[in-house]
Design a protein around this ligand. Sequence first.
Ligand code: 26Q
Length: 768
Amino acid sequence: MTFERKQFLADVGRILAADYATDLSRATRKELYNAVSKAVMQGAYADWSKTSAGGKKRCGYFSAEFLMGRAIFNNLMNLGILEEVEGALASVGQDLNAFEEVEDAALGNGGLGRLAACYLESAASKGLPLDGYGIRYRYGLFRQTFVDGYQHEEGDDWLRWGDPWSVRVERDAVTVRFADLSVRAVPYDTPIFGYRNGVVNTLRLWSSEPVQPFDFSAFNEMKGDSKAKENFEATKICDVLYPNDNTMVGKMLRLRQQYFMVSASLQDIVRKQKAAGKDLLALDSDYCFQLNDTHPVIAIPELLRILQQEGCTFEEAFGVCSRVFNFTNHTIMAEALEKWDSLAIADLLPDVYEQIVGCQKRLENEGLDGSKFYIIREGTVHMANLAIYVAAKVNGVAEIHTNILKTETFRDWYELYPEKFVNITNGITPRRWLLLNNPRFARLIDEKIGTKWHTDLKEIRKIKPHIADMLPSFQVIKAENKRKLAAYIKEHEGVEIPENFIFDVQVKRLHEYKRQMLNALSILYFYYGIKDGSITDFPPTAFIFGAKAAPGYYMAKAIIKFINEIAKLVNSDEEVAPYLRVVFVQNYNVSYAEKIVCAADVSEQISMAGMEASGTSNMKFMLNGTVTLGTMDGANVEICEEAGAENEYIFGATVDEVATIKRFYWPLEIIGQNPALKRALDTMIDGTFSDEAGSLKKLHESLTAGHTPDRYLVLLDFADYVRVKEELLRDYGTEEFWTKCLLNTSAAGKFSADRAVSEYAKLIWHIK
Ligand code: 26Q
């Protein structure tokens, strides 16, 4: 996009006048943000219509979540006009950085949703024809605050001021039919700008509306108000993102959401194919679809239904589906694998259910062992099995995860269809996660090796011979990033973190398997150790947490309360003040992550081995020059391979050890042998912390009592964790330590989302 300052400011002025009857000198921040964004959109429109014009095979990324974060800075950077716009605004006395207060688009929970966002950006930057399809939730992920240490949730009213980055495409609206209700699906398109290559792909999010905008029969006193109710139900479908991560909640409205987005997307695409006079049986020469976990898997029976409605036989339609659909699994947690009550689907979507039955029958007709291979069993539909049976390719998201899928979770299916299973290790976009969030570090790298790494992250290994040179500047940059983060935390959380402290960070969704508890207990261990003199010369460390808990996840919320209580205890104790600080930041989101990732000294990736499919924050920290304190889980394993295990801090039971230990695990023995651990645990029940609600007591029980105490082996790994953590903290600040940091950056090439989408394109999508 070429940039002309005068023209740009004139455009902004025109939009301000038209939309808000105001001008550049009087506009509020929100008005100015909307006008600047719209001016950019209009400027890029020609490229957008050019790219989406078609002509080559495209992939649709079907996902219930797209965690895009803030659009403006990324878009301006990718269009190559960040400095120009900043300058133009400065020339009229306005500050681009004021847009830092613009809220994130938080239409996702965590890793899976952010991965979708990174892949869209990377695909556009690689010139790959990938478009996102999802739901335009009226409310995104809840906003989190803490009240007396407890999480409180508020609605995320992200559309209050409109969304200047999307356009409503009325002409592509379709009708989605449920047994009890028909709704209109209207798409809103958001441009996805490639990094300085003129490519613009599309994120298409569907919004639900009543088929009949207003029904005057409501005024007919002879009739009931059933239509009015129906209109209300129609808008409700897109009301809110379900705030769950790695757990499934079997709510009918969630099923409606899933069907709504895939039905709308497929109807839209089939209609266009027909209008272009294409043979629907050859749909796979123009399209393929990636199913982001099981959430959009109902697309399979929906396409079967549509194709038969268009005159295909079941077998023909099945053939098309087996060529266009692919499935990514993001979790081995049993509670996240979607299962739906057959009756629920049959009631809500009878024609779709019929197709699922068709798949089950087809599978039975193949003479497969029904105890191993089923889609419907005992009145339950297993969405992952449906996906694996039909899809062309099934992939896990890190080597270790794909191996677990092959040997455990989906072992029987893997033995049946070995050629279907592939691994594509996750990746992150280096534009948002280094160029944008850590510009000074990016410039330091540019100075040494040029800018090729911006679009080919493997190049970053070339900094290796320059590491010694880079150390002083790197330390200055990190210190500056830490200062900025500390100031932000001071302002937003009211906690002071001295800048000479080590910043030890764990940010991710709150889940028992991610073991924030392990981190929390280690802090208590250090705290009491410093107080009783058994730990001396402790390196001053700030433990920084960020995490949202699913509102219905009792234990996760209890862990937040526990950590907030620890923070209160530690931060108000003058004796330990020179050594310890604890802060749990509120409302952790993409924009907070951008500030935190560039300022961290330690990246905590401490899940129980075998539980974290991949993790992606581990990659973000690594790229920004942070060592990993972690278990051999998810992508940590590959991080060790790339950077050398000697440059990370690894502890704990491995997947194989976990499997054997779990069979005879008895945590009380461990507690008995470790008085310091016992003291840390006792704080949950001995009155150290206020616990009127009894949640800390329940936490204590989850670790020590019941049928399966300590399911995630927190106590088993505790001693090793503390040992390695102390070793890390004591290494901090040495030349050797800083060298490790930069070796991590230099080895992060593999974890580019550019590499990941290229693999998808080549191995799965067959697009260029
Ligand atoms: C399912 C049904 C009903 C309601 C909610 C859900 C639901 C929603 C979100 C289930 C799971 C999720 C999210 C899962 C997720 O984010 N998984 C993470 O995916 C990342 C990207 O691959 C991995 O890096 C992480 O390891 C994995 O935890």
